[in-house]
Design a protein around this ligand. Sequence first.
Ligand SMILES: C[S@@+](CC[C@H](N)C(=O)[O-])C[C@H]1O[C@@H](n2cnc3c(N)ncnc32)[C@H](O)[C@@H]1O
Ligand SMILES: [Zn+2]
Length: 193
Amino acid sequence: MSNKKTQSKTAIASRKKLKDPSKNPKKNKGIKRKAGAKKTAVKKTAKPRVAVRNSPIHGRGVFAVNAIAKNARIIEYTGERMSHAEADRRYGDLHDGSSHTMLFAATDKVVIDATRRGGAARWINHSCAPNCEANEEDGRVFIDAIRAIRPGQELSYDYSLVLEERHTPKLKREHPCHCGVRNCRGTLLGSKR
Ligand SMILES: C[S@@+](CC[C@H](N)C(=O)[O-])C[C@H]1O[C@@H](n2cnc3c(N)ncnc32)[C@H](O)[C@@H]1O
Ligand SMILES: [Zn+2]
């Protein structure tokens, strides 16, 4: 997705009306919330450790330039911060027939839309066996390494996309995962809680 699905290279070819337009922009919810966790912003002076390049998984991806240690805070997911209602207003009336999204549901109140003013983290792809995870702290979302990452390896985290509607087999097929790992679950959709 992107500026009404036009800015991204992976812009959407087909769109269809949602049954309930107000409720279904795809928002990445693959996030861990750490109550009272120490605030650790990405240091502005830190050496760049990642680069955006073409990915074998999908479109562009983010790759380690240097070795990244397990538990290292790599990058913040940045973009326009808005309410769910505003994200719904922007994207809820479009259903693109693809899985593409740059919306991140940081909290129950805040969505980060990386479509127009997003940082490099928006290019990080999903994997069913990820080397990173997204952690929320005070409404901000950080991508942290969950294992050591070698230079050249692609960064990934589990998107666990959640849609309002039931995650039917058809809906899962409409959001296919191409991460390529042995235990790929075949879809970007996560389990509904
Ligand atoms: C935030 S973008 C990530 C950057 C994306 N590769 C691009 O070039 O636009 C998220 C979108 O990338 C695609 N994507 C990410 N990981 C994927 C995967 N494992 N399999 C298939 N598509 C994926 C999906 O369309 C997803 O909604
Ligand atoms: Zn997968």
